[in-house]
Design a protein around this ligand. Sequence first.
Ligand code: ADP
Length: 159
Amino acid sequence: MLKAVFPGSFDPPTLGHLNIIERASYIFDELVVVVAENRQKKYLFSAEERVGMIQELVKSRENVSVGVCDFLIVEFMNQHNLNLLVRGVRGVDDFSYEFELSMMNRTLNSKIETIFMTTDPAYFVLRSSAIKELASFHGDVSGMVPPLVGEALKRKYSY
Ligand code: ADP
């Protein structure tokens, strides 16, 4: 039984995140999308809002569930007896960051296997931070996020 976690900020979830979720859900028997709640970070959407959006977006996928974690993901994985961690990579910049992160996680728990999934070419420019910036200027983000996220961004930025 292959059960993996896909952790991230998902602030907000994008079509790039969804593409990784969809593809990972075909590879693994179960996938837990874990929304990170890091008190040091400033999010546009609360953890509840991010969890709610992802739950809605994955509701037709029976083997995908959504969790939230306000401590180290390695701890979360220990608690749930999980050792497969999925991360998406858009390019070499992502990879060098993700590589270091995976080394750190393995130092904390040598059983953790990080599996890198390359982005789909259609989504490689999608980044939550850039999408928020575009939405803050009332730009059109409809090709970058699912409609319910687009609506949520419009409500946040009042347009
Ligand atoms: P974090 O703040 O942990 O980097 P993100 O929400 O930005 O969280 O991303 C979560 C994961 O999804 C990361 O592994 C990131 O590389 C991946 N990801 C983000 N956007 C894309 C995309 N467009 N294509 C593929 N993977 C992506």
